[in-house]
Design a protein around this ligand. Structure first.
Ligand code: HEC
Ligand code: HEC
Length: 352
């Protein structure tokens, strides 16, 4: 009796587990990183003070608020102490820190791998699941509409200024906003259409994080710990947990239960090295050597963090399926237990 009960349970559970495992990774595809070009001009979005009054402007403003103070979604959609703007710096406007104005015009994106199209809101959901270690807001929710509206407004206002158009950014319906700007039926002023082709708008200079050359010596968490002490510890703390005052994190945690999880793009050593080289130490960026950036990226990513949400019980299986890249998931460093085996939980409440 017991055995047949159990097998029924497994049969009835497995389809949903499968669906989850198949759906999650697609939303977090690695961006194509390109080497930075010297003397490149970046798109400049309009000043936030020029966001119009009215219903549409309110959505844009809400998107901004959610992006810079994502902690207002803590315990609903956010499961760690990060804000979106901790990585997408300057409120998502900083070139070479995956700016929203460049991202918006790159979606919907076609994924050859599984013949699927990713909308902009699905890409946003990916960062909620992994970078924010949370549970994403539902498709079409006011949060995803607002974050899309903010991204669209930043990008479109920049493109319009570049084309010499000074009128207000046209309003879009909620259902169009969440799709992203790389659509045949995307509403674009004529001058914007003729200034650039669709593929050019989808690959604006400053998009993502610029690629840096591979390190001369194989990257090393050990050397990275020295870089960390000298260049990072004063802000992010000896324990990597950042700094909180009166309940507000002004300095974000880099590992541990309150940071991004093992499925997030930033856990890959290459992605973190690109981000760090270009953007850290804060306000003194592009001063580490290439080797230092790789080593310190290895150091922060060879520490335990929340579990990869695609985990279904077997680290090795997950590693073989989703971690064929530069990262430490399932790897033992300095004879310690393999990383992932002591991972923290997904989407914990702040009080947990
Ligand atoms: C821990 C750092 C981190 C945090 C926090 C974070 N992201 Fe991201 N985000 C990334 C990385 C890294 C990528 C690039 C993904 C890759 O290459 O794997 C990315 C990609 C994106 C993209 C696509 C960029 C492009 O050019 O295609 C969007 C849009 C985005 N994130 C939105 C968000 C939103 C919204 C939040 C907050 C809910 C958020 N991110 C929080 C690190 C972060
Ligand atoms: C002067 C303080 C300061 C120093 C030094 C510093 N950081 Fe940061 N770091 C910050 C701040 C502030 C943010 C969030 C940026 C924002 O919100 O605009 C951040 C964000 C980050 C993030 C993304 C968010 C997260 O929590 O994962 C990473 C990764 C990071 N720093 C790594 C480093 C590394 C590695 C070094 C050393 C090479 C370093 N930082 C040095 C202040 C600093």
């Amino acid at each position: 009796m017991k055995v047949s009960h159990l097998s029924w349970l497994i049969i009835s559970l497995s389809p949903s587990l499968l669906v989850q495992a198949e759906e999650l990774p697609d939303k977090q595809t690695e961006l194509v990183a390109k080497v930075k070009q010297v003397g490149q001009a970046y798109l400049v979005p309009r000043d936030l003070s020029s966001i119009p009054q009215g219903e549409f402007g309110d959505k844009v403003r809400l998107g901004y608020q959610l992006f810079v103070n994502s902690q207002q979604m803590r315990d609903s959609y956010v499961g760690n102490n990060l804000n979106c703007s901790n990585c997408h710096m300057d409120a998502g406007r900083h070139a070479n820190a995956a700016p929203l104005w460049a991202a918006y015009f790159a979606y919907p994106a076609y994924r050859k791998k599984n013949d699927k199209v990713n909308s902009y809101e699905e890409r946003l959901q990916g960062c909620f699941t992994y970078s924010m270690n949370g549970t994403p807001p539902a498709s079409g929710s006011k949060e995803l509409v607002a974050l899309s509206a903010y991204s669209y407004w930043l990008g479109m206002s920049g493109l319009m200024d570049q084309a010499g158009i000074t009128t207000a950014v046209a309003e879009l319906s909620d259902s169009d906003l969440i799709k992203g700007g790389k659509r045949e039926d995307m509403l674009l002023p004529e001058a914007v259409k003729t200034a650039m082709t669709q593929p050019e708008r989808a690959a604006l200079p400053g998009k993502g994080f610029p690629k840096i050359a591979a390190p001369k010596l194989a990257y090393s968490p050990k050397r990275g710990s020295e870089v960390y002490q000298a260049h990072c510890q004063s802000c992010h703390g000896a324990d990597g947990q950042g700094y909180e005052s009166a309940g507000v994190y002004s300095l974000p945690p880099l590992w541990g239960p309150q940071s991004f999880n093992w499925g997030a793009g930033m856990h890959r050593v290459n992605t973190a090295a690109y981000f760090i080289y270009e953007n850290m130490p804060f306000s003194k960026s592009v001063q580490l050597s290439n080797q230092q950036a790789w080593d310190v990226a290895a150091y922060i990513n060879a520490q335990e963090r929340p579990q990869d949400p695609r985990f279904t019980g077997d680290i090795k299986q997950l590693k073989d399926k989703y971690h064929k890249h530069q990262g430490y998931y399932g790897v033992s460093v300095d004879g310690k237990p393999e990383l992932g085996s002591k991972a923290y939980g997904n989407n914990p409440k702040r009080s947990d």
